[in-house]
Design a protein around this ligand. Structure first.
Ligand code: SF4
Length: 401
């Protein structure tokens, strides 16, 4: 726990929860939402690896219409959510929205830890996308620049390293790293050996954080001084109330004053090696709920952690763990099974069908046409989560195609 966090107490949380930045405390089902005014209590910070930079433990994911939500962005600043995440490929004008914000509030640029990402891998493409991002974001530097969605560490090579060093020397980026939704554990372990990666954003949640491979991978990054940001922390969506475990867990968290969604964030923050959680917060309701969770100093107890793990075991076949080196190599056709699973999650768990469908439609048309006829049984045999891959691929075709 950082010094900044130690300064926090339940008293602080209640003070903030009872203080309205804009007038009155807001009550949500099951908990009171924090509402801090400028200069008062804010989300704590943690060191980002050994970069020398402290970042807010809650990061604002930017996959939404930021241009129409500048007031919410301002409120995020007031509550100390100063780590903002976007990407060149995010739709709905994400980068341009942040640029519009900085144009309106230029004094806030230096207070924000700004992350954007490149889909390119080659130096020429990366330079083009970085310049475009700088232009859209109306800034002359990016705090942390990620190669977006790395599946295998060999997507980064000496050319990438040289490019990153030049971009740093030119003052266009301060830190460099990558994001990863697939084969995260292997990518983290390999990155720790490279010696030139400053930060990584990876899928990390209550389902994955206790596994031996993930623990080893996080430990290696910590030793290498790499800053870590967790994403996809909800582990596939809200807890339902179909089984005894689900009912027990939802009820237990509500009794303690927070929702299961907040509990999942708090479980991840309980690992001090995770500098920040990147969460999509497309409106004030999400922002308030997540800020309240970040300010809540209640510990997730060992029993609560056990319940989360039991729930994870009972629902394993609904969750894709991103181990695509297992399933995608089991079939001849180059179907990005892990990506399609993620699009289904955006649609079904996040309720964002438009984004999911737009991403799905980027797959080559021939591949999409083929998908209904592919025999996915060899992939299913290798899947540790026992997912019904063939059925889910066909459902993705119906729902998103
Ligand atoms: S479908 Fe199964 S094997 Fe493939 S990435 Fe997901 S969990 Fe891993």
């Amino acid at each position: 726990m950082s010094q900044n966090e130690k300064q926090w107490s339940r008293r602080d949380f209640l003070k903030v929860a009872g203080t309205a930045g804009v007038g009155a405390a807001i009550t949500m089902p099951g908990y009171q939402v924090a509402a801090a005014s400028s200069g008062q209590s804010v989300v704590p910070t943690r060191p980002f690896g050994q970069s020398g930079v402290d970042v807010s433990i809650l990061s604002l994911g930017g996959m939404f219409d930021i241009r129409s939500n500048l007031i919410m962005m301002k409120q995020a600043m007031r509550w100390g959510v100063t780590y903002w995440d976007t990407a060149d490929c995010y739709q709905r004008g994400s980068e341009r929205g942040i640029g519009k914000y900085f144009d309106k509030f230029p004094e806030d640029r230096r207070k924000v830890f700004l992350v954007t990402k490149s889909d390119a891998r080659d130096p020429k493409g990366m330079s083009r996308l970085l310049d475009r991002s700088l232009d859209r974001l109306q800034t002359d530097y990016i705090d942390l620049y990620f190669v977006h969605g790395v599946s295998r560490i060999d997507e980064l090579d000496q050319d990438t390293r040289t490019w990153a060093e030049k971009a740093k020397a030119a003052g266009k980026i301060r830190l460099f790293g990558f994001s990863s939704h697939r084969n995260m554990e292997d990518n983290l372990l390999a990155a720790a050996k490279l010696g030139w990666i400053d930060g990584i954003m990876m899928t990390y949640n209550y389902r994955l954080m206790h596994t031996d491979p993930m623990r080893r991978a996080v430990d290696a990054c910590v030793k290498a001084g790499i800053g870590l940001t967790a994403m996809k922390t909800q582990g596939g969506g809200s807890i339902r109330t179909d089984t005894d475990t689900e009912l027990q867990m939802a009820g237990r968290f509500l009794q303690k004053g927070f929702t299961d969604a907040q509990a999942k964030l708090m479980a991840v923050w309980q690992n001090p090696n995770i500098a920040s959680i990147c969460s999509q917060m497309p409106n004030m309701t999400y922002l308030m709920a997540n800020v309240a969770a970040a300010l809540n100093r209640t510990k997730i107890s060992a029993r609560d952690m056990d319940l989360l793990q039991r729930y994870a075991r009972e629902t394993h076949s609904n969750y894709c763990a991103g181990c695509t080196h297992l399933c995608e190599t089991a079939i001849e056709e180059r179907v990005p099974i892990g990506d399609v699973m993620r699009y289904l999650m955006y649609c079904r768990s996040y309720g964002d069908r438009d984004y999911a469908a737009a991403e799905f439609k980027k797959l080559p048309p021939d591949l999409r046409r083929q998908m209904a006829d592919i025999d996915f049984r060899p992939a299913e045999k290798r899947c540790p989560q026992k997912m019904a891959i063939g059925k889910l691929m066909r459902e993705a075709l119906d729902e998103l195609g």
